[in-house]
Design a protein around this ligand. Structure first.
Ligand SMILES: [Zn+2]
Length: 174
């Protein structure tokens, strides 16, 4: 099981903080479910999978390593991150980018306008891309749009999370 905790938050007032926590709760319920597990294991042809099997991909997302030692499974894995909402610059008004994570750090950013316009389910899938795909699993993808990027681990699980968020509550935890 993996859990997410914001260590330091910037530009997040009480009501945004409540929405953030709600989205993280949804995210935790989804990624720790059997349904999510099944989807990750049954998906074919991930790009940028670093040569890992589907089971190893799932293990890295949840446990941080492709082959976790048995002892690790007894304790939930805590993933911490710093989260900041930033204004979208005027020259990026038409961009569809919602947020990003700075590689090799636990710093995650979302544009304020995107944060405010997303439903809790959409926010959960956005955070899933950054916090589960990039931060917890350390997977990457090409920056250019296209089929290769769409089939990368962060984009594929982003879709799974959005789909499963519509089906909550899910079956028992994995
Ligand atoms: Zn990404």
């Amino acid at each position: 099981m993996v859990r997410f905790q914001v260590k330091r938050q910037v530009n997040i007032d009480a009501s945004r903080g409540a929405r953030l926590r709600e989205a993280l709760d949804i995210l935790e319920r989804i990624v720790n479910s059997q349904s999510f597990r099944r989807r990750v294991l049954e998906h074919s042809a991930y790009t940028w999978n670093e040569g890992l099997t589907n089971e190893q991909i799932l293990n890295r997302l949840i446990w941080g390593q492709p082959t976790p030692p048995l002892g690790a499974l007894a304790v939930p894995r805590l993933v911490f991150f710093d989260y900041e909402l930033v204004q979208r610059p005027i020259w990026k008004k038409l961009s569809s980018v919602r947020g990003w994570r700075i590689p090799e750090t636990n710093d995650v950013y979302t544009y304020v306008d995107a944060f405010d316009s997303m439903s809790p389910s959409e926010l959960a899938s956005h955070l899933g891309h950054e916090v589960v795909g990039h931060l917890a699993g350390e997977f990457d993808h090409p920056s250019r749009k296209g089929p290769e990027r769409d089939a990368s681990v962060p984009y594929v699980i982003d879709d799974f999370i959005e789909e499963l968020a519509e089906k909550l509550p899910l079956d028992e935890a994995a």
